[in-house]
Design a protein around this ligand. Structure first.
Ligand SMILES: Cc1cc2nc3c(=O)[nH]c(=O)nc-3n(C[C@H](O)[C@H](O)[C@H](O)COP(=O)(O)O)c2cc1C
Length: 394
């Protein structure tokens, strides 16, 4: 566990994350924004991430496709082609110019896709051939919503190739200048489709026992760690989140099983991963919060157990505001807090939190639209002089 949590810890206490010196603990959560037209990061992304950068602040990019088959949203950036690697360099440079630190989230959506997003109109792949329930609909490239395509289960022999895509993408990310990568093992996407017993119905070595269901994630983590070193690798999981039908009969047992394996990997290496990032159940489908509900409290208890079990930097996400974030780090429930929706509408969120300034409201309607400015880079900053005010208070 990190050694610098105490009752005096705040969101503005510095934090040593692997080789990086964070000046505060307000992290940009990974968020799909659908502005990378045709999968290529462009100037709009450079502007968006630069706006959210602060000296010593950590940003995590939107989910980024590890292969042409990995996407299930319009205009998601990739990190598998040379053109994409080159294009990401401009984004990363813009963040570094402001002293920020940026990790790239590596993503494969698995069955949460549609043949329209697949090369040659292919069938999306998963741990299972079971389709998503009708409750979920997918955003199509034309802006309409419709049913997800039926997936096919990956054969055992196809899995190493996908692990290799993660490994190569991690190498590409470092080549593009990223400080590290985050393995997206959360929210009902491919890795979570292997982890959860409500989805995974395999009878090979990737299904059934916890050992088998964790196998794919651990193989991916080992592959990226071998390529770029553990200090540059974060892992995200959401054992208690049922987004996209990702249910498990024992979320705590599953979370602890993943952690046990990450801890042993760290022991074996004699080095730590950058962090473990856990989504609190407070974050439900498409971002409805339930502050103070019974489920909320259960979520906090579950996350606390995971935090105690994990031997390293622990990041939490899901329904946090300034007050809840301050409380969580002061109690030692998390080392770092990632903020999603509030960071969409407040590009200078760390500064606003520091000043306890009012926040802009976010507009859900423009979360996934393609305009390079509207709802993306046009949220206002605090007025001029705030920076001076901040320095005066330090
Ligand atoms: C528009 C939007 C897109 C998101 N995309 C991703 C994503 O690509 N990868 C991911 O791990 N989580 C994604 N999330 C979840 C966020 O990282 C975050 O955990 C969630 O919004 C809860 O935090 P909040 O309550 O501070 O918004 C997304 C959330 C939103 C609102």
């Amino acid at each position: 566990m990190a050694d610098n949590s105490s009752s005096t810890t705040t969101l503005f206490s510095p934090y040593k994350l692997s080789n990086f010196n964070l000046s505060h603990r307000v992290v940009l959560a990974p968020m799909t924004r659908c502005r990378a037209l045709n999968g290529i990061p462009n100037d709009a992304l450079a502007e968006y991430y630069s706006q959210r950068s602060s000296s010593g602040g950590l940003l995590i990019t939107e989910g980024t496709s590890i292969s042409p088959s990995a996407s299930g949203f319009p205009h998601v950036p990739g990190i598998y082609s040379e053109e994409q690697v080159e294009a990401w360099r401009n984004v990363v440079d813009a963040v570094h110019a402001k002293g920020g630190i940026i990790f790239c989230q590596l993503w494969h959506v698995g069955r949460a896709s549609h043949s329209v997003y697949q090369p040659g109109g292919a069938t999306p792949v998963s741990s299972t051939a079971k389709p998503l329930s009708k409750r979920w609909t997918i955003l199509k490239p034309d802006g309409s919503f419709g049913p997800y395509s039926n997936p096919r289960a990956l054969t055992t022999s196809e899995i190493p190739e996908i692990v290799e895509h993660y490994r190569q993408s991690a190498i590409n990310a470092v080549r593009a200048g990223f400080d590290g990568i985050e393995v997206h093992g959360a929210h009902g996407y491919l890795i979570d489709q292997f982890l959860k017993d409500g989805i995974n119905d395999r009878t090979d070595k990737y299904g059934g026992s916890l050992e088998n269901r964790c196998r794919f994630l651990i193989q991916v983590v080992r592959a990226v760690v071998s390529a770029i070193g553990p200090e540059r690798v974060g892992v995200r999981i959401s054992p208690a989140i049922d987004h996209l039908d990702a249910t498990d009969s024992d979320p705590l047992g599953l979370g602890l099983a993943v952690i046990e394996r990450l801890n042993s990997l760290q022991k074996e290496l004699g080095r730590k991963l950058a962090y473990l990032h856990v989504t609190q159940p407070r974050y439900t489908a498409y971002g409805k919060t339930e502050h103070g509900s019974k489920r909320d409290q259960e979520g906090v208890h579950l996350t606390r157990k995971l935090r105690i079990a994990y031997d390293g930097t622990f990041m939490c996400s899901g329904g946090f505001n300034r007050k809840l974030g301050m409380e969580a780090v002061a109690r030692g429930d998390a080392d770092l807090i990632s903020f999603g929706r509030l960071f969409i509408s407040n590009p200078d969120l760390p500064l606003r939190f520091k000043l306890n300034a009012p926040l802009n409201k976010y507009n859900r309607k423009t979360f996934y639209t393609q305009d390079p400015v509207i709802g993306y880079t046009d949220y206002p900053f605090l007025g001029k002089g705030s920076e001076t005010e901040l320095n005066a208070r330090l």
